[in-house]
Design a protein around this ligand. Sequence first.
Ligand SMILES: [Zn+2]
Length: 437
Amino acid sequence: MKLEEFLSLSNEKGLNYFNFVLFSLSVEYFYSMYLNYRQFKKYRITTIPDYVKDKITHEEFIKSQKYSKAKLTYTTITNTIGTLVSFLCLYYPVYPYFWDLSLRIIEHYGYSNEILRSIVLFVFAILISSVTEIPESYYFQFVLEEKFGFNRMTIGLFIKDKIISTLLVFVFGIPILSLIIYIINWAGPQLWLYCWGVLVCITLASITIIPNYIQPLFNKYTPVDGELGEAIYKLSERVGFPASKETIFVVDNSKRDGHMNAYFYGLFGKKRIVLYDTLVKELKREEILAVMGHEFGHYKMSHSLKQMVVLQFYLVGFLYIFSLFINDNSLYQQFGFESSKNSVFIGLVLFSLIYSPVGRIFTLILNIFSRRYEYQADNYAVQLGFLDCEHLYKLHFKENSCLIYDEYFSAYHHSHPTLIERVKNIEKQVSLYKKKE
Ligand SMILES: [Zn+2]
């Protein structure tokens, strides 16, 4: 391919998918770089913001600024490398090369089946991405996190995690991919409906499979017990959460890092709340209960279910529009493939590239929902009588989390409101609550 052709936005064949992908990749990259630039300026600030003035020392504040800056530098560099690699892979037709290679490999063994060929390509893609990703994640864990005192991982555990997660991608990815290719070839124009049905079934099954069979491969989950357990069970009774040894756990995250977290997970009858052991160790009992109050809020207002429903719109949109594109030969040819014949997997990959701006916008919408749910969960905790924000401050400070955000950066990236936004909201809710009392 000539460079002029590569860069040109017009094409005599009509819609130029290839250049559209290059264009949208560039827009996304430069916009995120612009936001990073705005955020980097915030890291130059050396005076503690007013809202945490009497809660944090100057030294702690500077450390949080340095840590946040180091993380943003890391994502800026990895994002730049990633975008560059994507461009090179498109310019030098790397994907068509591996697609041909996959055919040659299976033909060598006397096969020509589309599903087998796609599996070989899938294995190549996963192996290459797992291996090339190692330096990045090694640097993050053993240099960056280590420097700020968060790393607790050994090299042995790092390697074990990598191997298990790659194997899991094969164990689940290969059958799902094969099934999807089979259905798409079988279903014709109605493929979106059948694929969607299958994906919904897989999602529902994963709610049981992930916590019971996958998460235990990485971590140990112990039911919460002792005095803390009693207090949590009592609170659960008040809010009507089915607390048991099957639903509330402490996870031994401290073997990987020093970060603290708590989350609510699940749908319908399969629900669980998980607390990191680091959080249990660092917070006082009343503060842990305030965290639980927030998680119970997510449970009470069915936030997981609502998010799952919103996600279905994205999925159906993707599959339906894909069903219109799948047989368009020019899509395949513009990216260096022969035709759409027996290339369902390639069609899926190429269409994902074209659809990615929609995915980006959708993530923004999901983040808006998610931020709203965070406020609602905080409000619920206030209604339960948890009136102060000490646990939020403490979690934030111990994590060295950023305390000054650029509003555009935050709106684009965050699924949670910032600390100052949450504190302001809680204070407002508390005054309403006190008036009502
Ligand atoms: Zn939350």
